[in-house]
Design a protein around this ligand. Structure first.
Ligand code: DC
Length: 251
C-alpha cells in the first residue's frame, strides 16, 4: 500500500465517481487484475484499491516468496521435496510485511518465481491463501483487489470486476529497464527484453492456470498511456462495463 499512499488524489471528481461505482455492488467487492509483467497492473491495482477503499494483494509476491526460499535453500524447483519444503515455509511465514520486502523484486527471484509458478503443487497451495484473502478482507475494507495472472480465470472467477492489463513487450521492457536503472544505476535493455519474453512464454503456455484474459475481462492496453491516463481510462471502462451489465440485467 506504500506506493498507493504516495499517489496523490488529484481530482475530487474522479474520487466521487470511483466511490459511486461501488453503490451498484451491494456486497463485498472483488476486483481481479491480471496481465503480464511490466504492463502497469501493480500501479493500477494499488491506485484502484486506494480510491475504492479496498484491500490489496499482490499475488505475484506470494510466488516470489516461494522463489526466494528456493534460492536461499539452494533448492531445485524440479525436485518434489524442495517444492514441498518451500511451500510449507512460505505458508508459515507469509505476512503483509514479508510481501513488501524489496528483495522480492530482484531479477533472479523473478526468474525463479516464474519457474515455481509453473508447478501445480505451488499453485494449489497458494490458491487457498488467495481465496481466503478475497473472502475475508482485513477489517475496515469493503472488499479486495487482487493482482496476478489467473485471478479472473481461476482464483476469483466470480469477481465483480475483471481487468486484463497489457502492453507490448518492448514498452514493458523499457519500463522495467528504467526501474532497474533508477535502482542500480545500470541495466541491460536487451537482456531485460529477452528475459521478459522468456517469462511471458512460460507464464502463458504453462499447463496450469496460464496467463490469459478471462472471457469477461475489460482489456486495458497501457502501451501509450502513463499512470494517470491508465487510471482514468480504466475507471471509465469500469463504469461503461457496469452500465452495460446493469442494462443486461434489467432487460
Ligand atoms: O507479477 P510478478 O512478476 O510479481 O509475478 C512473479 C511470477 O509469478 C510471474 O512469473 C508470474 C507468476 N504469477 C502467477 O503465475 N500467478 C499469479 N497469480 C501471480 C504471479
Amino acid at each position: 500500500m506504500q506506493m498507493a499512499n504516495t499517489v496523490k488524489k488529484q481530482d475530487s471528481t474522479v474520487e466521487q465517481q470511483s466511490t459511486s461505482l461501488l453503490v451498484h455492488v451491494g456486497h463485498r467487492i472483488v476486483v481481479a487484475i491480471d496481465g503480464p509483467a511490466g504492463a502497469g497492473k501493480g500501479t493500477l491495482a494499488t491506485r484502484l484499491a486506494e480510491e475504492l477503499g479496498l484491500a490489496f494483494l499482490d499475488t505475484g509476491a506470494l510466488y516470489r516468496v516461494v522463489a526466494t526460499l528456493m534460492i536461499d535453500s539452494n533448492g531445485n524447483p524440479e525436485r518434489a521435496e524442495d517444492i514441498d519444503f518451500c511451500i510449507k515455509a512460505a505458508l508459515k511465514y507469509i505476512t503483509p510485511e514479508l510481501l513488501s520486502r524489496p528483495e522480492l523484486r530482484r531479477e533472479d527471484v523473478a526468474a525463479m518465481a516464474s519457474k515455481v509458478a509453473a508447478v501445480p503443487e505451488v499453485r494449489a497451495a497458494l490458491l487457498d491463501f488467495q481465496r481466503h484473502f478475497a473472502k475475508n478482507p482485513p477489517e475496515g475494507y469493503k472488499g479486495v483487489v487482487l493482482d496476478g495472472r489467473d485471478i479472473g480465470t481461476v482464483v476469483c472467477p466470480d469477481a465483480d470486476i475483471k481487468i486484463f492489463v497489457t502492453a507490448d513487450a518492448e514498452t514493458r521492457a523499457k519500463r522495467r529497464y528504467e526501474e532497474v536503472m533508477a535502482r542500480n544505476g545500470k541495466a541491460d535493455y536487451e537482456a531485460i527484453l529477452a528475459d521478459m519474453k522468456e517469462r511471458d512464454l512460460r507464464d502463458s503456455t504453462r499447463a496450469v492456470a496460464p496467463t490469459k484474459p478471462a472471457e469477461d475481462a475489460i482489456i486495458v492496453d497501457t502501451s501509450s498511456w502513463g499512470i494517470e491516463e491508465t487510471f482514468k481510462n480504466t475507471l471509465q471502462k469500469i463504469r461503461d462495463n457496469m452500465a452495460t451489465k446493469s442494462k443486461e440485467k434489467a432487460a
